[in-house]
Design a protein around this ligand. Structure first.
Ligand code: HEM
Length: 253
């Protein structure tokens, strides 16, 4: 009698595993789609924030007084109904909650994807289409590291890395602090690298969020969403880059 052998195993090259079981420990509330929805929602909140923040930064082109008036206006907005800095604290709380949700969902999805493939691909070729999605993880980590530095520099500690411009009249004055900071070439470079990471993250993130929200069902909507991703990346990351570049070349001083 003819012995029936597994063709894949006999060939010794193909490892094909199909499973009907769910990932161990998965619950409906933590389903992949729920996590993706949370990433998309928190991501959209960030897009709203960075758009407003980028617009606010451009006020540096209007000079010292206009920029500082804007920074102070953020704190006095809604007073006396709101306490001084009340709006800023509402924004901060929304951002912190969004950040926790965004990072936690990303880490959970990342771990889940790794766990789902316990056997490594024998040949792993990354197609062009997956390049930006792989970059999402490392871009996200880069943006997070940037954000920690950024908040220490401009908000929490307020430090000037410019040895020629030190003291309270620099660190306690938002306009003076950005001018002193971006006159230092390596700091401007760090910001531009971070903005490149932000651009890639936004480019793919807009596409990914639209897919999760079911907005890419037709060819037209896919083309539109891709263009929207490029537009968001160029406008936001490009807009943010203007102030550091124009300070470095001496136009904003
Ligand atoms: C060239 C790019 C950027 C510049 C020049 C810049 C500048 C500033 C400045 C001057 C402040 C202090 C504002 C104040 O105290 O009134 C600030 C705060 C902040 N920035 Fe940026 N920023 C940039 C990019 C970003 C990006 C890309 C993000 C987010 C990913 C971000 C997130 C924040 C946050 C969360 C705060 C704290 C707001 C607060 O709680 O007071 N910034 N930024």
């Amino acid at each position: 009698m003819l012995a029936v052998q597994e063709p894949a195993l006999a060939a010794g090259t193909v490892t094909c595993v199909a499973t009907t079981s769910l990932v161990k420990g998965a619950r409906a509330s933590r389903s992949t789609i729920a996590l993706k929805m949370m990433m998309a929602g928190s991501g959209l909140i960030f897009i709203g924030f960075v758009l407003l923040h980028m617009y606010g930064n451009l006020r540096a082109f209007w000079g010292h007084d206009d920029f500082d008036r804007y920074a102070e206006g953020l704190r006095t907005f809604g007073t006396p109904d709101l306490p001084y800095g009340g709006l800023l604290w509402i924004i901060r709380i929304v951002l912190i909650v969004s950040l926790v949700i965004h990072v936690w969902s990303a880490a959970t999805l990342w771990r889940r994807a790794k766990r789902a493939r316990t056997v490594k691909y024998q040949v792993k070729k990354n197609k062009a289409s997956t390049t930006s999605s792989r970059m999402m993880r490392w871009g996200g980590v880069t943006i997070l590291l940037f954000l920690i530095w950024h908040l220490l520099e401009f908000t929490i500690v307020k430090v000037s890395v410019n040895p020629d411009h030190q003291g309270a009249n620099v660190t306690q004055d938002p306009y003076n602090l950005i001018v002193a900071s971006f006159q230092v070439w390596w700091l401007t470079l760090i910001y531009l690298v971070a903005m490149a990471a932000l651009a890639m993250h936004l480019h793919h993130g807009v596409w990914s969020a639209s897919q999760t929200l079911g907005l890419t069902n037709s060819e037209r909507s896919r083309v539109f969403t891709k263009r929207l991703g490029i537009l968001a990346a160029v406008v936001i990351a490009g807009g943010f880059s203007l102030v550091p570049i124009f300070v470095l070349v001496g136009v904003i001083s």
